[in-house]
Design a protein around this ligand. Structure first.
Ligand SMILES: Cc1ncc(COP(=O)(O)O)c(C=O)c1O
Length: 483
């Protein structure tokens, strides 16, 4: 329980908390090993009441600013990991801090709406300013949700609902469907499947684990649906020097997709949706080419399958466009695009044909969070005002060049440098060497993170500039020499 405070000390405490950093440090500064003594103490405290198995270090969020995260021991790190790729404007951006003290945000926070039933009077406005203005080409309708996983879950439900309505000639469920679903029998509970890919990550909920295949530890002991797992390209880099090999990858993967759609049809378990990441991020930053995705989009359209693009990690500008799938030049837009992370609210855009007609089929208490929408509205304004997408494109081009040079000078320690914009990765010979590198980099003042078996990933926010890039590569170089 919180201790009761005298009025004066309460004001002091509020003042203390409201002292939010408002300037970026000139560079990292390291006082202790990381995690330091205070972080360790806090972890022990936390462990009494909460699981801590994945906690790296505790953060002083009031002191963190811009591209710099400050830990509980006062260590200041240049952060190119940014809360697992989820801060669009770094820490405590002054424009967002200002919005956070607006009456709309305060009332949305204190009197949180159940959006599906009692939305705020300004909700439609918030949607159009925050989300419609950045909608993927061809998709206007949007549904907010709580996080990436819940966005994907509801996108898949939307696909199933549409698929079954198509089978009924566009009609909603009849009495037989409604009755049979209560005992989980056909036709109300159909056999339908979702195609995912080897190495994919779409979340850790029960349903999403059936399309998530990045790491066994996420899936082990959890029952899964009998859904097809298709091959996803594994390219060799640099792309230009491996084009024949990479093209063959595309062809093999698309053939596998076609074969598995046919196989699941034979098993009376139609593929109703395909869900795919533009870049398999958690799984190790694996890319697909525009040709692969064009092929995939066309296969989905040919079979009447809902094509879902999961932009939870790629959406928001780091690849040099708001949406990574913008780079593909598709024959028709995806049917659904899901998002979260850098876009602050979870949710999905969808084609009008997928709109669900009956109430409560896509529903939960909160269905999103207007506070996040208010922050996103401002973040979008700042991104446009400050040209941050263009910046991530130009800084990103330099990032890719420097990463290639670092690899070339690494004496074989680095391989497969790859990326788009500031969304980038490079491989180590083994996972243990990668993990050692991450720890060393942190001790040198650079907070980066791993993904997949042996990849190091970079996920700076959109306020990452050339000066941060120069510092990043100085620190990478220094760390590599210590490895
Ligand atoms: C591509 C992708 N989809 C879905 C998710 C799950 O999102 P969340 O953790 O917000 O539920 C993630 C999270 O890393 C992701 O990278």
């Amino acid at each position: 329980m919180l201790p009761r405070l005298a009025k004066s000390s309460l004001i002091q405490q509020v003042r203390g908390v409201s002292a939010i950093a408002n300037a970026e440090p000139s560079g990292p500064s390291i006082q202790t090993s990381i995690p330091g003594p205070r972080s360790k103490e806090l972890k022990q405290e936390m462990d009494k009441v909460h699981q801590t198995t994945s906690v790296r270090f505790h953060v002083d969020y009031e002191k963190s600013f811009g591209n710099y995260v400050v830990d509980a021991d006062g260590n200041t790190l240049l952060d190119v990991y940014t809360q697992i790729s989820s801060l669009p404007l770094g820490y405590n951006h002054p424009d967002l801090v200002k919005v956070a003290s607006s009456p709309q945000l305060i009332t949305s926070l204190v009197s949180r709406p159940a959006l599906g039933s009692f939305p705020r009077t300004d909700f439609a406005d918030g949607i159009s300013h925050a989300l419609t203005s950045i909608a993927p080409k061809g998709l206007k309708a949007v549904q907010t949700m709580l996080c990436g996983t819940s966005a994907n879950e509801n996108a898949i439900k939307t696909a199933f609902i549409w698929y079954q309505a198509q089978r009924r000639g566009g009609l909603g469920p009849d009495a037989l469907h409604l009755e049979s679903c209560m005992t989980q029998q056909k036709p109300g509970t159909p056999n339908l499947s979702v195609m995912g890919f080897e190495g994919a990550f779409h979340g850790r909920s029960l349903c999403m684990l059936s399309v998530t295949r990045s790491k066994p530890i996420h899936k082990v002991d959890i029952p899964a649906f009998d859904w097809p797992i298709a091959k996803f390209p594994r390219y060799k880099y640099p792309l230009a020097q491996n084009s024949a090999y990479n093209k063959k990858q595309d062809q093999e993967c698309l053939a596998d997709v076609e074969a598995k759609i046919a196989e699941w049809k034979r098993r009376d378990n139609d593929v109703a949706a395909i869900i795919v990441e533009p870049i398999q991020a958690e799984g190790g930053d694996h890319y697909g080419s525009p040709a692969f995705f064009q092929g995939l989009r066309d296969v989905a359209a040919k079979h009447g399958i809902v094509f879902i693009v999961d932009e939870v990690q790629t959406g928001g500008g780091a690849t040099g466009d708001v949406w990574a799938h913008d780079h593909w030049n598709l024959s028709s837009p995806p049917d659904i695009v899901t998002f979260s992370k850098k876009l602050l609210t979870g949710g999905y855009f969808y084609g009008e044909h997928l709109r669900v007609k009956e109430a409560y089929r896509i529903y939960n208490t909160w269905m999103g969070d207007p506070t996040k929408l208010l922050l996103l509205e401002k973040a979008v304004e700042v991104i446009k005002r400050d040209g941050l997408i263009e910046q991530s494109r130009s800084v990103g081009a330099e990032f890719q060049k420097r990463l290639g040079e670092l690899q070339a000078s690494s004496g074989g320690k680095l391989d497969q440098a790859r990326g788009r914009g500031t969304f980038a990765a490079v491989d180590f010979p083994s996972g243990s060497l990668r993990d050692k590198f991450v720890d060393l980099a942190i001790s040198n003042g650079l907070h980066c993170g791993g993904c997949g078996d042996k990849s190091l990933r970079f996920r700076p926010s959109l306020v990452y500039t050339k000066k941060h890039l120069d510092l990043t590569f100085d620190l990478l170089d220094k760390t590599l020499k210590q490895l």
